[in-house]
Design a protein around this ligand. Structure first.
Ligand SMILES: Cc1cc2nc3c(=O)[nH]c(=O)nc-3n(C[C@H](O)[C@H](O)[C@H](O)COP(=O)(O)OP(=O)(O)OC[C@H]3O[C@@H](n4cnc5c(N)ncnc54)[C@H](O)[C@@H]3O)c2cc1C
Length: 586
């Protein structure tokens, strides 16, 4: 076979903050690292992160990593694994200082220390006064982080395959992952990348929903690759809807806007969050604020001609604060809405934002799957970032915790892989037939089909997900949604590639992405249907209460037989006491 091949110690799929932080750790330890990204690395979605990264630096108000841990456990609606949460919150300050030294230009306080703003779900003293824990580079924190990490990787001589699309993992018959098949987008040529270890860092799947804050590239490719490799996906029913997407369009207005003192009002000008979360108000957890907005609108208190959104008021903050602390969103709102937020409020509505579920891992980034008596690592495979479920976010992620998650676990996965490489001198032999399935998947799209277009089917899928599996869910609607998604899956066979004469490869990529989206959509709806309780972002109208007696467990969806199974939540932290589940009020 004349398939082009390259060999590396480590293959990192994804060049967002998670992939780049892991690659940096590895390259600095002299491992031979390849990073594959379907877009130029600094276009990864991490670049769009606005608000900031959490760490209990106590620069503005008193703080402590243990309080951060409590808030994260509570925010997760007690579904987060407390060992991983302790690990992340303890490591946070170190990782933020490291970013500072790597060149991230954080905003500064007058005393020269890193600026920190209040964000949702943050408290002092285990549920007391509002904390200020989110370290920010104005409202362009992700941009600053991603560019610094990329430059550090260039310096450390990480090898980049820019604009290469990973199609599928390659494994031997024993299930050891040996690398991946990729497609060079420009030429359309496949490339087999063999590696002693492979790390998935492909980000989330916001494109599942019609209105979302995500980049168009966030199509859950890594999640679907894992499913096709026989690995289950954990907690896929938990999808975060951010309360303040620009109404009807989805672009994000950072929670930092409320952190700086902005608040939400309904058509009567009422500051309605005071009714839903008397203590935390507009800085309650995201699931709580999203449900409150949804309720205001469905009960007829929405704004605008259709009464279908609420308003985010920032004008009282003044032009100075907006220009200094929120320059990016001020410019965005002026450009896209023709509104000056210093004068007029912004129309907002909950928008699909973040994938809490993902590939099951432990805190070393190892992919772990249940076996008869416990759990086992998938040899050769690691995952970090939004595509992984470690699980620090449980049923609801706190703002500012994802940028933290990607650097903390990017580094820990890097360290674990360095240890493994010490005892892995040679590449395992790669059986020729192991590439067949991935090649067949690619070649199937050489035939262009006669049916509906990729774009039309994608649009329909996104509409179905929004309508049947949105902020509020109920059995019969989810059932109907599942049937619709399965019907779309069946129709994929005849889908037509668009305009293949000019854009053959990009059309082929869009088709491959659509297949991935459909796989993840089925996992999401099936998991949502199975969980008969309300917890965090998963709100069932027919089961409105959290039910710890039956549902304090992670779901695991398997593609092979469309099955949802479960595994226990790791309630025991590493060194401190467990935070036992309590009623969650803000
Ligand atoms: C608008 C917005 C604002 C946000 N603001 C914040 C914030 O203020 N604070 C916070 O903590 N979190 C925030 N988040 C969440 C956070 O930014 C993300 O969860 C995080 O950056 C994800 O990083 P990642 O490394 O896992 O993936 P990404 O940054 O999404 O990178 C994924 C990478 O995978 C590559 N890839 C994917 N599929 C393939 C494939 N098939 N082949 C090759 N390469 C592939 C892509 O090219 C890309 O390089 C925000 C998210 C959004 C959308």
């Amino acid at each position: 076979m004349s398939l082009a091949r390259r060999k590396f110690d480590v293959l990192v799929i994804g060049a967002g903050g998670g992939g780049l932080r892991a690659a940096l750790q590895l390259a600095q330890a002299d491992a031979k690292v390849a990073v594959v990204s379907k877009v130029f690395p600094t276009r990864s979605h991490t670049v769009a992160a606005q608000g900031g990264i959490n760490a209990a630096l106590a620069n503005v108000r008193p703080d402590n990593w243990h309080w951060h841990m409590f808030d994260t456990v509570k925010g997760s609606d007690y579904l987060g694994d407390q060992d991983a949460i302790e690990y992340m919150c303890r490591a946070a300050s170190h990782l933020v200082y490291e970013l500072e030294h790597a060149g991230v230009p954080f905003s500064r306080l007058d005393n020269g220390k890193i600026y920190q703003r209040p964000f949702g779900g943050q408290s002092q003293n285990f549920g007391g006064e509002q904390a200020a824990r989110t370290c920010a580079a104005a409202d362009r924190t992700g941009h600053a982080m991603l560019h610094s990490l990329y430059q550090q990787n260039i310096r450390a001589r990480t090898h980049f395959f820019d604009e290469f699309f990973a199609i599928d993992l390659i494994s031997n018959d024993e299930g050891t992952v040996l690398g991946a098949l990729a497609l060079e987008i420009e030429t359309g040529e496949p490339l087999l990348i063999e590696a002693k270890t492979t790390l998935l860092a492909t980000g989330g799947v916001g494109q599942l929903f019609r209105t979302n804050t995500n980049a168009r590239i966030n199509t859950g490719d890594g999640l679907a690759m894992a499913l096709r490799a026989g690995i289950p996906l954990e907690d896929m029913e938990f999808f975060q809807f951010h309360p303040t997407g620009i109404a009807g369009r989805g672009m994000l207005i950072t929670e930092g806007a409320r952190g700086e003192g902005g608040f939400l009002i309904n058509k009567d000008g009422e500051r309605f969050m005071e009714r839903y979360a008397p203590h935390a108000k507009d800085l309650a957890s995201r699931d709580v604020v999203s449900r409150s907005i949804y309720t205001e609108v469905t009960e007829g208190r929405g704004c605008g001609p259709e009464q279908d959104y609420v308003l985010l008021k920032l004008d009282h903050l003044g032009e100075d604060v907006l220009n200094k602390r929120l320059p990016g969103i001020t410019a965005m709102v002026k450009t896209f809405l023709g509104i000056n937020p210093a004068e007029e409020p912004i129309p907002v509505y909950p928008t699909a934002h973040y994938t809490m579920g993902g590939i099951p891992t432990n805190r070393h980034g190892e992919v772990v799957v249940p076996v008869e008596h416990g759990e086992e690592e998938v040899p050769g495979l690691y995952a970090v970032g939004e595509c992984a479920c470690v699980s620090v976010h449980g049923a609801n992620r706190l703002g500012g915790n994802s940028l933290l998650d990607i650097v903390v676990f990017g580094r820990s996965a890097g360290n674990r892989i360095i240890d493994v490489l010490k005892n892995t001198r040679y590449h395992l032999p790669l059986p020729e037939h192991s590439v067949d399935a991935a090649m067949a998947r690619l070649q199937r799209w050489d035939q262009r089909g006669e049916g509906e277009s990729v774009a039309a089917v994608k649009k329909e899928l996104q509409g179905v997900m929004e309508k049947y599996c949105g902020v509020f869910r109920i059995e019969n609607v989810l059932q109907e949604g599942l049937q619709k998604v399965l019907a779309i899956e069946a129709r994929l066979q005849d889908v037509r590639l668009q305009d293949h004469s000019k854009t053959f490869n990009t059309a082929r990529i869009e088709a491959l992405e659509l297949e991935n989206l459909v796989d993840v959509a089925v996992a999401t709806v099936a998991s949502a249907l199975a969980r008969q309780e309300s917890r965090g972002a998963h709100s069932r109208i027919d089961y409105p209460k959290r039910d710890d007696a039956h549902w304090l467990k992670h779901s695991l969806y398997y593609k092979e037989d469309n099955r949802v199974d479960y595994k226990p939540v790791r309630l025991r932290p590493i060194t401190v006491e467990t935070f036992p589940p309590k009623e969650r009020v803000y």
